[in-house]
Design a binder for this molecule. Sequence first.
Ligand code: FCB
Length: 447
Amino acid sequence: MPFLSFPSGFQWGVATASYQIEGAVREDGRGVSIWDTFCYQPGRIHGGETGDVACDHYHRYLEDLDLMKALGIQAYRFSIAWPRVYSFGDGPVNEEGLAFYDRLVDAMLERGIHPAVTLYHWDLPQALQDRGGWTNRQTAYDFAAYAKTVYDRLGDRVDRWITLNEPWVFTQFGHRLGFMAPGWQDLAATGRANHHAMLAHGLAVRAFREGGYRGEIGITNSNTSYEPADDSAASLAATELARDFDARLFHGPVFGRGYPPSVLKYYAERGAAFPIEAGDMQLIAAPTDFLGVNLYSRQRIEADPAGDTGFRPAAPTLPLLPMGYEAAPHSLGDFLRWVTQEYDRPRIYITENGVCDNTEPGPGGEIDDRTRVDLLRGFLAGVHGAMQDGADVHAFYHWSFMDNFEWAFGFSNRFGLVHTDYQTLERTPKRSAAFFSDLIRRNGLDV
Ligand code: FCB
């Protein structure tokens, strides 16, 4: 078995998000978020589940950090719940909410775990949603003010910041397709939310630079590796179009290339033009220090001449995982090569990658999540290969540390290295946790 060794200093971490793990939604002055509201609407979430308790991480964070340390995990990407810091989105700071993240960061540093903070992983304060949420330009300014409060408070100890997690997902799924909060199906709202989210990113980067904080800042986009279904010119063109509507829509403006004209035209022709004002694109293009890459799978693309966008996913040809993703471990390396070429070799942190594998404990309590381990091995070999081809990757954060509230799928889909028993809240490391721990210890893996 060949051993793939990673460069020394490569960082191995895990990732989570506030609403998916914290619970304690009514404690210490936390305001209501759009996910609290959404989960209480009948029919939205698998089994009517909510994040009210989730993994109860708010109370068990020390136990969780101890477990991370025991596994040798070097870095932890977590998100801050905006409604803990500002219960109503703006107005007075909620000191008790902010204090939780103080304790969390201190406890990480005591254990030698390097923090990476995501400022927005989808739990918008409901009070802002009541004023239009991301469709309201003011939300972008409120976000920058919230970001500044957090930089001021944690910036002496945190040196890696991620503005937004996956704007494609919360704009498209939240505003156009409706299966995530706020649950709208409105193209005009989607165009507005899209632009205001990117403006929020730009304003938060500006606030970071102007404040002279130490460390680095970037954005995390969701990604799918698109492959033409065949080598016809039509499939190749459709694949480029798919990239316009996904990767280029969010990377383009950050790297100073603006939104893809094909996407702007699509929205404008349907009365849903992006509300771009003078100076916005320069703000959004404010230089960042790294690109956060989240990726779970690939999609084969074919032309759809009669369809709305002109492209569509072709039938999957690989086995499907529970979330509907194709089991395609080559997709991560492929995407890293693509993004490296397209945007002139940005510095990359893989801020999420992982596998949905719902293996339950066996008779002796062991959790033998072989599918996760096998696919992870393939994903990591892909990262290694892409790095040899020139991709500038410095960190890998596994999604997720522990099984958690998987949005509209509720607790039915599991992504953790650590199993969560939602009755007892007991945490049990899986086979994949041992694999990951070994990978870190050896800074490499056998393939
Ligand atoms: C990503 C999200 C993360 C989790 C994983 C499975 O899109 O950022 O919160 O849901 O998918």
